[in-house]
Ligand binder design. Structure first.
Ligand code: 1PW
Length: 206
């Protein structure tokens, strides 16, 4: 193998979200398949894995939730169906439910989007400011003191931007294009998932 596809996680991430964005942007939005959403999100795991030991716990939590969605996709075909099933069973907010896991995974995607936006406007080689802003905006309001402190400590042992790009097998310019790509395509996908909650009055602040 050694194909460029296998060695270029950012390309895979960007390409899979471009496909999802097509569905998300349909009017009315097409029912998005659980399997394509979960697969696209599973590509993002690689990125969490590049953030070093301090984020191992975050990676494990994210991967477990994406795996749950992949498992769900074997019996449930679309995201709206998945949410409806949890509504019927009154399990929307129950720990470990597919809908709850989807909300957590959506936040992971949102955080990566903001992380990329911040990386593109931040000078220098440190990821700390970019990652701190992304975390503060997306996850911090939903995490208790202990997790927030652990994440804050993890910010000090993030890889540098050049180390991250090297792990991703990209240089500054190739990464920039793919990050912009992901920023553009993840937006509609995030909105699509949020719509699944808001149109059913499920709330998202939990
Ligand atoms: C990419 C820039 C670096 C910042 C990484 C920030 C990682 C943020 C995720 C940390 C989550 C790890 C701790 C687990 C928390 C769970 O309690 C929580 N999961 C999430 C994703 O918020 C809720 O999970 P639950 O109770 O629904 O199973």
């Amino acid at each position: 193998m050694g194909s460029s596809e296998a060695d270029k996680p950012l390309r895979r991430i960007a390409a899979s979200f471009e496909e999802l964005a097509v569905v998300a942007k349909q009017q009315p939005p097409g029912p998005m398949e659980v399997v394509s959403f979960a697969r696209a999100c599973s590509h993002v795991s690689v990125l969490f894995g590049c953030l070093g030991f301090a984020f191992k716990f975050a990676e494990m939590d994210y991967v477990a939730k994406v795996d749950d969605l992949l498992e769900a996709s074997k019996s449930i075909s679309t995201l709206p169906d998945m949410v409806e099933l949890d509504i019927q069973k009154s399990t929307v907010r129950q720990a470990g439910s597919h809908t709850r896991n989807m909300l957590r995974v959506k936040r992971g995607i949102d955080m990566v989007k903001i992380l990329f936006e911040q990386i593109l406007v931040t000078e220098g080689n440190s990821l700390r400011d970019a990652a701190s802003k992304a975390y503060a905006q997306v996850f911090a309001p939903h995490h208790g003191w202990a997790i927030r402190k652990a994440v804050a400590a993890g910010m000090y042992v993030l890889p540098s931007k050049s180390q991250l790009l090297k792990k991703l097998n990209e240089d500054e310019n190739t990464a920039k294009v793919k990050m912009q790509n992901f920023i553009r395509s993840s937006g509609p996908v995030i909105l699509y998932v949020e719509d699944l909650f808001t149109t059913r009055n499920l709330g998202m602040d939990w």
